[in-house]
Design a protein around this ligand. Structure first.
Ligand code: SF4
Ligand code: SF4
Length: 188
């Protein structure tokens, strides 16, 4: 994977907190700090970290479509590329998943709203994900079909109305609780 030059994780530890890991050699619940995460940032087992971590970067690290100042902790959202859940009628099989970490920060950023609108308009599948409770999964909603009429209208107000409505639904949606049993992530 080719990373964008001059972008470093620095003090961002978002992925080491939010992402669940379910590997034979290491298990971590979603939305909790990894036990190997150092207080100052960075990984205490960097050389031997699990494959999930070693091969994973958020889109900010490898896509220059994502703006320089959109490091997830600064943007209030973690953008990931995903091949899962893209409907068959989409011409591109690569979609983006946007996990909202701080909705006030993220959605007060006009450029970020524009980015979402451009992605929807050009036919990239966009999934919004929200849920920050420790040990619980986030809930997700596919944005494109619902957001497209507002994108065509082209006003920030229309786009925000739809996004806020979807965020309300995601907040209410029951989340799945995970626990660790016999070295594996399981649900009830
Ligand atoms: S979320 Fe992105 S920028 Fe932040 S630590 Fe993970 S890979 Fe680095
Ligand atoms: S093992 Fe290291 S890189 Fe992986 S989540 Fe934990 S702290 Fe982050």
């Amino acid at each position: 994977m080719k990373l964008v030059p001059n972008r470093e994780c620095g003090s961002c530890t978002i992925c080491c907190h939010h992402i669940p890991i379910n590997q034979p050699d290491f298990v971590k619940l979603p939305n909790v700090d990894c036990e190997h995460l150092l207080k100052k940032g960075g990984c205490s087992i960097y050389q031997t970290r699990p494959a999930t971590c070693a091969g994973w970067y958020c889109a900010w690290r490898f896509s220059d479509v994502i703006k320089d100042d959109w490091r997830p902790d600064k943007l209030g959202a973690l953008i990931d590329i995903s091949l899962n859940g893209v409907p068959d009628d989409f011409h591109t099989k690569e979609g983006i998943v946007i996990k909202i970490l701080d909705k006030n920060k993220a959605f007060s950023n006009d450029d970020f709203l524009k980015f979402i609108a451009i992605m929807v308009n050009r036919g990239t599948a966009v999934t919004l994900s929200f849920g920050l409770d420790p040990g619980y999964s986030a809930a997700s909603a596919f944005l494109n079909y619902e957001l497209m009429p507002a994108v065509k209208k082209g006003t920030k107000k229309a786009i925000l109305e739809v996004i806020n409505g979807i965020m309300d639904q995601l907040e209410k949606f029951p989340k799945i609780k995970y626990r660790i049993e016999d070295g594996k992530l399981v649900t009830d």
